[in-house]
Design a protein around this ligand. Structure first.
Ligand code: ZN
Length: 91
């Protein structure tokens, strides 16, 4: 694999990782990878498979973990803010 195609693949996997934490209710189906039973957005790869592929591609670079944690925490923070705003409207 050329460096350019590796960079493009890593970038694409990061986008897929983000897509697995959608802002709004979304449809999930089974991960596209054979034998994997996890749910994945749009029938693509699940979070775990994407994470593992990124780790393999980057030689277990710890930045993959940092990025995933960031995406996860940002998604949770967003959902909490939206939920709190909805609660305030309901009162
Ligand atoms: Zn999977």
């Amino acid at each position: 694999m050329t460096n350019k195609s590796k960079v493009m693949l890593i970038d694409s996997l990061i986008n897929d990782l983000r897509r697995n934490y959608p802002d709004w209710p979304s449809t999930f189906s089974q991960c596209m990878n054979e034998g994997c039973v996890n749910g994945a957005r749009g029938g693509r790869q699940c979070i775990e498979c994407i994470f593992n592929e990124l780790m393999e591609l980057t030689g277990n670079d710890s930045h993959v973990e940092i990025l995933h944690e960031h995406i996860y925490r940002a998604s949770r923070a967003r959902n909490t803010l939206i939920l709190r705003a909805k609660e305030k409207v309901a009162k």
